[in-house]
Design a protein around this ligand. Structure first.
Ligand code: PLP
Length: 401
């Protein structure tokens, strides 16, 4: 077998991708207007016009050799400074350009961090349900993922269980808030308590647990919910940020790491993060996109957030009216919907009415499904009838007036 044993264990496509492919097949068969694809977290709102204008201007007016050339592995110094300044003005932090490393989206950022900090068998805690790629990323560096279920119903962090799971092998905890798949935002109180626990355990066990904050949805919060900035709460924090969702640029692969200036072993860590970036083969973040970020980082994305917010309310109301029990999301663009039957059977039943959603078991969140509402408003409206039919077949009590 030409493929390694380790890779064979990963199997084929992810459940999300498989569902997305199924959506495309169904659209061909039934017509795209008759399929309601809520499977993928692909932004449905266009990138702000300034992003496209900046790309055109850069390509037209910058020195082409420089624009498309190699640069220092952590990114253009002026772009890193711009990111640091932007964060400092928004969050009252004290980053310098050195603390910022431009990366190839959050997926790359997480891999750079985990490669840099994990020894084989080191443990990484996550709160379930979680973005399923974490398991693969941790396994890439022979670490061990320790999954702790979130609190029942609220999906906030179960701090007691997290504390109990910490031992000498604990190297990191990955947090994702606003959360994919639940839409939950962790409260400031719970994050401050978590920081106290981590500090206490660090002192007790003589370790330095790293808080890896995966933040592709940082700006996507609704109703004024606060998304606390974690380097201000816990010193050993590395932020993995991505512009995939905030600027609707998932295919362009651009993000950054922001390393707390108070983190343990800072200098060595920064040096090795850059080496990881290089030897993982990503080398540097896309040059053109770095230059775009330099000019567009402070764009006001409120209009985009308002569109997702309107989708959130529309979908929630349909689901409630049909008799379902969704969790009302505080952020991101996913609805976590309680499954009245086994989640895989529920997914199949939805498919019968041409609704595509992802089973909760794909996120270690059995008993729920994820409904991505980063879709068009029209598609949500058209899907209403199908949701009611699914509910009817399940014998749910409709709350329609
Ligand atoms: N982390 C979470 C929680 C995500 O939902 C995603 C993408 O959907 C990523 C990371 C990867 O994002 P990127 O496109 O920046 O690699």
């Amino acid at each position: 077998m030409i493929v390694s044993e380790k890779m064979l264990k990963f199997g084929g496509n992810s459940a999300i991708r498989a569902m997305f492919e199924e959506g495309k097949r169904m659209a061909k068969e039934f017509g795209p207007e008759n399929v309601y694809d809520f499977s993928l977290g692909n932004p449905s709102v266009e990138a702000p016009s300034k992003v496209n204008e900046t790309i055109i201007d850069l390509v037209k007016n910058e020195d082409s050799l420089k624009l498309h050339g190699y640069m220092p592995n952590p990114g253009y110094p002026e772009v890193r400074k711009k990111v640091a300044d932007s964060l400092n003005s928004k969050y009252n932090t004290s980053f310098s350009a050195e603390d910022i490393i431009m990366v190839v989206g959050a997926a790359s950022g997480l891999n750079v961090v985990l490669k840099t900090i994990l020894n084989p068998c080191d443990e990484v805690i996550v709160s379930a349900p979680y973005f399923m790629e974490y398991r693969s990323y941790v396994s890439n560096y022979d670490g061990k993922l320790i999954s702790i279920p979130g609190l029942k119903g609220s999906f906030q962090l179960d701090l007691e269980a997290i504390e109990k799971s910490i031992n000498k092998k604990t190297k990191a905890i990955i947090l994702n808030s606003p959360n994919n798949p639940t839409g939950v935002i962790y409260t400031r109180e719970s994050l401050e308590k978590l920081a106290e626990i981590l500090r206490r355990k660090n002192a007790e066990l003589g370790i330095d647990i790293v808080l890896v904050s995966d933040e592709p949805y940082r700006e996507l919060s609704y109703d004024g919910y606060e998304v606390p900035f974690l380097t201000n709460i816990y010193e050993n924090t590395i932020i993995c940020y991505s512009f995939s969702k905030s600027l609707s640029l998932p295919g362009e692969r651009i993000g950054y790491l922001a390393v707390s200036d108070k983190i343990a072993d800072r200098e060595k860590l920064l040096e090795c993060l850059v080496v990881s970036h290089r030897i993982l083969g990503s080398v540097n973040a896309p040059s053109l996109m770095q230059k775009v970020i330099e000019r567009c980082i402070d764009i006001d994305i409120t209009p985009n957030v308002e569109i997702y917010d309107a989708n959130r309310k529309l979908l929630y109301n349909i689901l409630i009216k049909a008799g379902f029990e969704p969790v009302y999301p505080a952020g991101a663009f996913y609805m976590w919907l309680k499954s009245p039957i086994a989640d895989k059977d529920f997914v199949d039943l939805c498919k019968k009415y041409r609704i595509l959603v992802v089973p909760g078991s794909s996120f270690e969140g059995e008993g729920y499904v994820r409904v991505a509402y980063c879709v068009s408003k029209e598609m949500i409206e058209r899907s209403e009838n199908s949701w009611f039919k699914v509910a009817e077949e399940l014998g749910l009590k409709s709350k329609a007036e």
